[in-house]
Design a protein around this ligand. Sequence first.
Ligand SMILES: NC(=O)c1ccc[n+]([C@@H]2O[C@H](COP(=O)([O-])OP(=O)(O)OC[C@H]3O[C@@H](n4cnc5c(N)ncnc54)[C@H](O)[C@@H]3O)[C@@H](O)[C@H]2O)c1
Length: 247
Amino acid sequence: MGSVEGKIALVTGAARGIGRAIAEELATEGADLILCDVKAEWLAETAAAVQAKGRKVVCLSADVSQSASVNAAVTEAVEKCGRIDILVNNAGITKDGFMARMTEEDWDAVITVNLKGTFLFTKAVGKIMMKQRGGVMVNIASIIGLIGNAGQCNYAASKAGVIALTKSVAKELASRNVRANAVAPGFIETKMTEVLPEDIKKQMLAHIPLNRFGLPRDVARVVLFLASDDSAYMTGQVLTVSGGMGM
Ligand SMILES: NC(=O)c1ccc[n+]([C@@H]2O[C@H](COP(=O)([O-])OP(=O)(O)OC[C@H]3O[C@@H](n4cnc5c(N)ncnc54)[C@H](O)[C@@H]3O)[C@@H](O)[C@H]2O)c1
């Protein structure tokens, strides 16, 4: 696997789940980490895991949906670390419900965190990467952004938006040696999915050819690939990590 040795990586939503696994995987392969989460008090465990691998870590409180919060976090990150080589836009939420009954608040909340949040971090870190004349962005989308899902029109739209944002940013920043790709996970075992009813989980499993739910590390290994020079000739792409679901 191509190295991220000595690189500085910023991961949003790093307190738990897929974000934590990504931070740990990047640290295992030699990167130093800037960990961001709206629940900064939850970052201690991820930070301890990164330090246990001998890497440096900075923890920042950041709400991806608030531009002032994002800009303050990115300014502090650069003050403390000097540069940002890798950005992983991972923070995300769900507020599921059928379209006919979905409230405007639930629509706005999901679009604001998942899509606007990705835009705000991409813009703030993109400026730095353009100045550096180099960097890599990996955005966590979802299989649902590719195939849709009953009961998740807000989430599906937000993740389809993340994919379109990724492709546009890839086209805008390629000449500055900045790459942007997306990962579209399927059903991954985290706090986000543990709340789903058992019958829904059973139905989902029936659509997964590899016949198991994914683990956060399954996603993190692919993020590592996209963050490393092994994917040096890839930009604007979406890699699905779903056990074959949605093919
Ligand atoms: N779990 C899955 O099956 C699955 C599938 C496809 C995509 N994803 C995506 O992967 C990403 C991570 O999901 P997860 O399953 O690890 O979820 P999770 O709920 O376990 O973790 C999400 C993290 O994001 C943080 N966060 C939420 N809102 C934030 C905000 N406004 N600002 C900063 N941080 C915020 C949370 O505090 C939490 O630490 C999300 O973008 C999600 O949509 C998850």
